[in-house]
Write a protein that binds this ligand. Structure first.
Ligand SMILES: [Zn+2]
Length: 266
């Protein structure tokens, strides 16, 4: 056993010596991953070149291993392939016991998303058009209802006016008939009165006749004319006439001259 161990150890030393002789391969001290064309999101089925930098520059990283956190994506030979599933993925590399930083990317099915966006926009526009159409139909219906209501109101108003006119005509006709009837009744009622009336009338008439005669007899009697005016008076101081300017004449002369009898003093 011990001999075997010593033999392996001796072999390892020999390998190291050989390696040193071939150009002294160095072990990596650090590894850095970066994506030169980094974006917030990558499309599915896309290849993304990755920079792997090692320190020191001449370190031997032939044993470099690539790791990703999902089998949906691949990471080999400094290239990520995003596969066909959307999601968040991370990657790193390892050489010996040195591990790189972790790269994270966001993968999206851009054409599907565009399609979804387009479809959503299309649906939005369709819905909008439908709502607009519905609103227009609603407005048209409301306008129609309003017009119908106005028409009905107008007709009701006209009907009411016609009824009112008919009622008034009827009332007027009734009033006229009533007036005719009342006039007829009055005539009938007055007639009996008219008969007894003639009794006193003869008494009155002679008086009037006497008065008329009294007034008309003195045609050649004295009359007075004022300085102005178109009447002849029985006295020289009737109303506002000036007695000093009153002219004395006769009734017949005054009438012949176109004067009229003053109703105040005769
Ligand atoms: Zn007079």
């Amino acid at each position: 056993m011990k001999k075997t161990t010593k033999g392996i150890a001796a072999g390892a030393v020999a390998v190291c010596l050989l390696a040193g002789m071939a150009g002294s391969p160095k072990k990596a001290e650090s590894l850095e991953l970066s994506i030169p064309l980094y974006r917030d999101e990558f499309d599915i089925n896309t290849e993304i070149p990755v920079d792997v930098s090692v320190s020191p520059d001449d370190a031997d990283i032939d044993d470099l291993e690539y790791f990703s956190d999902s089998s949906a994506v691949s990471f080999t030979d400094s290239v990520i392939n995003t596969g066909n599933a959307e999601g968040d993925y991370s990657f790193y590399v390892r050489s010996g016991d040195i591990e790189s930083n972790i790269l994270s990317i966001h993968v999206v099915d851009i054409s599907a998303r565009n399609e979804a966006t387009r479809k959503a926009e299309e649906e939005r526009l369709a819905k909008e058009a439908e709502e607009k159409k519905a609103a227009e139909e609603q407005a048209a219906q409301e306008a129609e209802e309003k017009a119908a209501a106005e028409q009905a109101a107008r007709e009701a108003e006209e009907r009411a006016a016609a009824e009112q006119a008919a009622r008034e005509a009827e009332e007027q006709k009734a009033a006229e008939e009533q007036a005719v009837k009342e006039a007829a009744e009055k005539t009938v009622a007055e007639q009996p009165e008219a008969d007894p009336a003639p009794a006193p009338q003869p008494a009155e008439e002679p008086v009037q006749i006497v008065e008329d005669q009294v007034q008309e007899v003195p045609v050649s009697g004295t009359a007075y004319l004022s300085a102005t005016g178109k009447k002849y008076h029985s006295i020289d101081h009737c109303g506002k006439m000036n007695p000093n300017k009153a002219r004395k004449t006769t009734i017949s002369e005054a009438e012949a001259a176109g004067y009229e009898r003053c109703s105040k003093c005769w």
